[in-house]
Design a protein around this ligand. Structure first.
Ligand code: MN
Ligand code: MN
Length: 456
């Protein structure tokens, strides 16, 4: 089969299969709005499919299915192949964190006889998009005695919701002269959480009442916010978009729209030649830093454990050999061409809705700066693989030269010696509270990752 740029709905693609796959994905989106929730769901799926914790294996052999959790916020799954691990592994890496608002360590205050949470945004957002939409609170609080309290408020229909207010147009003459960057400023991203004062409380009665309610429901006190990870995410759940139901609107497509297909691809991989590895990583939206991001040594640790348990020798030489012979699809979203905002796109090299998975030879900005540029040889390999297996794909750059740019985990994986190329699902309104993808492209990402694990 040869490469042809075409809309997937002009082919004989099975619409029922495409739509059925997207139901599972929508369910995942609704359940998993944070990296912790995504890890929990991935473990649940993995165990249902016969995967076991890497720690529980004394030795590893062909066909074994393992998973390893990194501090509750990232996870690696693998299916051991028939070939030695040192002959290289096939990696699909996606991230499960998404732009959001984090609560500040001292979040709770009262002003104007209303109670608020102060936030610090996480990742690249247009701050004005987060005003006047229903918001939910997700996360974990570790109490003084060490007990972890999981919090999830605002997603169910009868749940309460929270909101960041905005000025009425009638009084916004000065505000509307500001740039979009400052129309709602970082220190105005304050979440409205209550308005009834506690009786007989002279000062900050509303705050006191909120604290009493939190204590009643969760057993937490104000100091417990100091040891918490609480995240404000959109309350709206994933929904079909369009009369034809061809699109999915949701918070957090970036990058669960690659994480879910890569997870499904490894869960449906039974036997493979090369060991298949799925990495669901954290902190991509803030530079892949820290011990749960792609820059951490966690993947190296898991590979060394696998080399050791498979009896191949957990030496640094074997690890470097493994990485040097490995391949990685860095699975992350791309900016779909938006006819409503055509200016920053270069039409001949843009990702497109319904055109399948988008491959990016490089990312970066200002002259490919900060990019891992995939080699011609690697592009050839991926091109042949996808063409031979009926994968609908196209190439894409993120916008015009010097229009902006972005990065993925590709560079950090490539730095280890792994042959790495970016590919993923095109997204409209990326990083907005409600992003849009095409069902056909989500399904095609699954097919592409499955082929990569099973045919390379
Ligand atoms: Mn991303
Ligand atoms: Mn992103």
């Amino acid at each position: 089969m040869k490469y042809e740029l075409k809309n997937g709905w002009s082919t004989d693609i099975d619409k029922d299969l495409v739509f059925k796959f997207s139901e599972g994905y929508k369910d995942f989106l609704t359940k998993c709005k944070t990296e912790r929730e995504s890890v929990q769901e991935a473990i649940r799926f993995a165990e249902d499919c016969g995967f076991k914790p890497l720690d529980s294996f004394e030795t590893l052999k062909e066909g074994d299915k393992i998973y390893a959790v990194n501090k509750l916020r990232s996870v690696i799954l693998a299916v051991i192949g028939s070939e030695d691990i040192t002959s290289g592994v096939n990696i699909v890496g996606a991230h499960i964190d998404a732009p959001r608002l984090d609560l500040k360590p001292n979040p709770l205050y009262e002003d104007g006889e209303m109670a608020y949470f102060k936030t610090h945004y996480y990742g690249g957002i247009k701050k004005y998009q987060w005003g006047t939409i229903p918001l939910a609170l997700h996360g974990v609080v570790i109490k003084k005695d060490g007990e972890a309290v999981n919090v999830r408020i605002g997603d169910e229909n009868d749940d309460v919701t929270f909101v960041i207010t905005d000025l009425l147009p009638h009084l916004a003459q000065e505000q509307m002269k500001k740039t979009p960057y400052t129309v709602i400023e970082g220190e105005q991203l304050n979440l409205l959480i209550g308005s009834i004062p506690m009786k007989d409380e002279e000062k900050d009665g509303v705050k006191a009442n909120v604290l009493a309610l939190l204590n009643e429901k969760y057993g937490i006190c104000e100091e417990d916010f100091l040891s918490a990870e609480l995240q404000i995410v959109p309350a709206a759940n994933a929904k079909d978009v369009g009369f034809d139901r061809s699109l999915i609107g949701s918070y957090g497509h970036d990058d669960r729209v690659c994480a879910y297909p890569s997870l499904m691809a490894i869960l449906t991989t039974e036997a493979c030649d090369k060991t298949a590895v799925c990495i669901l990583t954290d902190k991509e939206e803030v530079g892949s830093m820290g011990n749960t991001g792609a820059k951490s040594d966690f993947m190296k640790l898991v590979l060394l454990e696998m080399l050791d348990k498979k009896g191949e020798g957990a030496t640094e030489l074997n690890l470097l050999r493994t990485l040097d012979k490995s391949f990685c699809l860095s699975a992350d979203v791309n900016a779909a061409f938006d006819p409503n905002f055509p200016a920053p796109y270069e039409k001949r090299n843009s990702a497109r809705i319904n055109y399948g998975i988008a491959i990016s030879k490089y990312t970066g900005a200002r002259g490919k700066s900060g990019s891992s540029d995939a080699s011609a040889e690697l592009m050839s390999k991926v091109r042949t693989l996808f063409n031979n297996n009926d994968i609908l794909w196209h190439v894409a750059e993120l916008g015009k030269v010097d229009a902006g740019g972005g990065g993925t985990i590709a560079q950090y994986v490539a730095n280890l010696g792994v042959e790495t190329v970016d590919c993923g699902v095109p997204v409209l309104s990326m990083h907005a509270p409600f992003e849009v993808v095409a069902k056909l492209d989500v399904y095609m990402a699954y097919k592409a990752f499955h082929v990569f694990y099973n045919e390379v």
